[in-house]
Design a protein around this ligand. Sequence first.
Ligand code: F6R
Length: 247
Amino acid sequence: MQLIQAKDYEDMSRKAANIISAQVILKPNCVLGLATGSSPLSTYANLIEWYKKGDLDFSNVSSVNLDEYRGLTADNDQSYRYFMNTNLFDHINIDKSKTYVPDGTEPDSAKACSRHDEIIEELGGIDLQLLGMGLNGHIGFNEPAAEFPKGTHCVDLTQSTIEANSRFFASIDDVPTQAYTMGIQSIMLAKKILVIVSGANKAQIVADAFLGPVTPEVPASILQMHPDVTVVADADALSVYLERCKA
Ligand code: F6R
């Protein structure tokens, strides 16, 4: 695992965007695995800016997203498809028909999930998977559990995730309780993984995930086993990790 220390959120975002840019420049027809949430917002803003300057071309890029709320349509402003369109896809020259977010409108969860895994396989796998990390160490919507889930599957969201996500909804009752998410195996099959973490509230989980035991109780800890992981984290997120390294 390579750890890149960033000063703050903006520095983390520029560094992450540089890594994604390098991927797109080196392999113009690459498959990017993308995430939603607050962590990647400024990373995406940088990519848009550099695209507009003429430094990046996404015309041959495909993308797959980690997850989607079950039951939300693409035009629902809380769906992850809507997030991706408004925060990235609408502003760059990616071919939207080559951007894949799990289909939240498919009521047959087995069908929606197996289709997402098939798409990843048909694309030849993910070249670079971008990940944020939840306060409880979740990646995608893979919550702490007794076992690591494998492929894309339907999950019941934990109360802590529902609460964390409620900031995006009018009320906590509007937060969907289920989601389709890529599994740990789908994530681990990516050729390269880029994790971005910012903020003091993530400091404890960063230390647990990357210095603690590999356990499904801390889903991100599995990333210790991946051969090509880069973590870009800011000073606040690294405070406990760096203390523990010194001890
Ligand atoms: C988003 C996702 C989630 C987030 C995580 C961190 O597609 O899969 O695992 O990455 O919840 O969220 P933020 O970045 O909002 O702290």
